[in-house]
Design a protein around this ligand. Structure first.
Ligand SMILES: Nc1nc2c(ncn2[C@@H]2O[C@H](COP(=O)(O)OP(=O)(O)OP(=O)(O)O)[C@@H](O)[C@H]2O)c(=O)[nH]1
Ligand SMILES: [Mg+2]
Length: 345
């Protein structure tokens, strides 16, 4: 399935049905009185988060969504039928913005959470409604109210507990593949990963969701490389795993480059808890590890973990540390599994 995390669509709620002007006319019944029914309400446009979707690709193919109009009221006090709602099924983590892309209308972070984006017009009153003691034969009925139409922007921000950041080729996808069932593409050239990938990691009988994203390079915030828009997918993470390739010339410089991009992106990424790890330890001598780890420590101002996704050295320790930070942020007792079930009341 193709990945798409932004879409612009047009929605329109249904118009209300008109009220009806009608009088009761039956043989032998005098002064039958008004009996025009009310119009039905127009359908709403509703956004709903559903499980099992992780892309907005459906909204590339269809971009216009209209709810049904309410039907007009009829004689004999018959109410017009309400127009059917239309429900836009969206992946969990989708934000709905107005056309400007800045005014947030809804943020759907839980399964089955929904929000009305455009309300259907109310139906008009039929003339039966206007009967009073002084006007026994009103000849007026209200028209239905029009629906609303608007253009909205959908922006998916995946929901993961932890996100991996680093330069291209740092070994991010390899790490995800080692610790989860996810099978991201891995290769020795930069920008192998073009879209974020999620994997479920199990540590000590508990689980968390880990996101692998494309690599960042210097100037990403100005659009260099793949840009930095994909960082939106780790905005909701509780902790970042910053992988620094131990085989690059200077691990400290590599670290700083990525930190500068995180800071330039903003949205709180630079303030998130960060676990720093020197990767590809299997490809380094003990002396090289020592030198690179020292550089990394000076840049990060904390001792880095040392790991290899290939030999698995140091991996379990990093996972436990990630889990601990995640659980601290979540509160004492809940684990990922419990939190996930709590989302489905
Ligand atoms: N020796 C060794 N090689 C590794 C390790 N982890 C990754 N590699 C290699 O490094 C290269 C890049 O790995 P990826 O996992 O694709 O790197 P990435 O950070 O996801 O790269 P992008 O998606 O391009 O940003 C591949 O050739 C991997 O085989 C490791 O622990 N040890
Ligand atoms: Mg990758």
């Amino acid at each position: 399935m193709k990945f798409l995390d932004e879409a612009k669509i047009y929605i329109r709620s249904g118009d209300g049905g008109n009220g009806c002007v009608s009088f009761r006319r039956e043989k032998f019944i005098e002064f039958g009185g008004p009996n025009g029914g009310d119009g039905g309400k127009g359908g709403d446009v509703i956004a709903q988060a559903v499980d099992g979707l992780n892309t907005l690709i459906d909204y590339r193919y269809q971009q216009h969504f209209r709810a049904k109009n309410g039907r007009a009221g009829m004689g004999k006090d018959r109410h017009g039928a309400n127009g059917a709602d239309i429900v836009l099924k969206l992946p969990i983590g989708t934000e709905v913005y107005e056309e400007d892309g800045e005014t947030l209308l809804a943020d759907l972070t839980l399964a089955d959470q929904s929000a009305v984006l455009a309300r259907g017009g109310n139906g008009g009153f039929g003339n039966a409604h206007f009967k009073t003691s002084t006007n026994r034969a009103p000849r007026r009925a209200n028209p239905g109210q029009p629906g609303e139409e608007l253009t909205i922007r959908l922006r998916l921000k995946l929901i993961a507990d932890a996100g991996i950041v680093g330069l291209p080729n740092a070994g991010k996808s390899t790490f995800l593949a080692t610790v989860s069932g996810a099978r991201p593409k891995i290769a020795e050239y930069p920008f192998t990963t073009l879209h974020p990938q999620l994997g479920v990691v199990e540590v000590d009988g508990r689980e968390f969701v880990l996101a692998d994203i494309p690599g960042l390079i210097e100037g990403a915030h100005e659009g260099i490389g793949l840009g930095d828009r994909f960082l939106g997918h780790i905005e909701r993470c509780r902790v970042l795993l910053h992988l620094v390739d131990g085989t690059v010339a200077h691990a400290g410089e590599a670290y700083k480059t990525v930190r500068a991009e995180l800071a330039a992106y903003g949205h709180g990424l630079a303030e998130k808890p960060e676990i720093v790890a020197l990767s590809k330890a299997d490809a380094l001598s003990a002396a090289e590890i020592k030198r690179q780890a020292a550089r990394l420590q000076r840049a990060a101002k904390k001792p880095p973990f040392v790991l290899s996704a290939v030999s698995r050295q140091g991996v379990a320790e990093v996972l436990r540390t990630l889990l601990r930070v995640i659980e601290e942020a979540r509160g004492p007792r809940t684990t990922s599994g419990a939190a996930a079930t709590a989302w489905h009341p």
